[in-house]
Design a protein around this ligand. Structure first.
Ligand SMILES: Cc1cc2nc3c(=O)[nH]c(=O)nc-3n(C[C@H](O)[C@H](O)[C@H](O)COP(=O)(O)O)c2cc1C
Length: 96
């Protein structure tokens, strides 16, 4: 699931924090941009979140009570730099 990456960074927030998901997403993107600037690759691994938030896994990782894993992020030396993928056309749903 983690593609053998050298580093796994878990971005945590207290479960009751206001705007936690948005705050963590913004921090994660800054981290990914900084990793890219340093010549490293990164990828959020959302599939691992449910597992990482299991009480026994949180305890093993030493995640403090009251905190939840919002964004697991792998960072490592990229095996290759893929070409950019295509983008869906922007949809503007409301304009005035
Ligand atoms: C919130 C989020 C969760 C993601 N979780 C995973 C994941 O669990 N496993 C994975 O291989 N890629 C994961 N990705 C990466 C995406 O599959 C995709 O590779 C990435 O968003 C780049 O897309 P692009 O190639 O269209 O630019 C995740 C991306 C985001 C934004």
């Amino acid at each position: 699931m983690f593609y053998g990456a050298g580093t796994l960074i878990l971005l945590l927030a207290t479960s009751d924090a206001q705007s936690a998901a948005e705050d963590v997403a913004l921090a994660g993107q800054n981290l990914m941009l900084a990793a890219c600037d340093a010549g490293l690759g990164s990828c959020p691994i959302g599939l691992s979140r449910a597992y990482l938030n299991l009480p026994e896994v949180k305890a093993e990782l030493g995640i403090p009570t009251g905190y939840a894993v919002f964004t697991p992020l792998i960072v490592g030396h990229p095996a290759q730099i893929p070409e950019p993928t295509s983008r869906k056309e922007t949809q503007i749903l409301f304009w005035r």
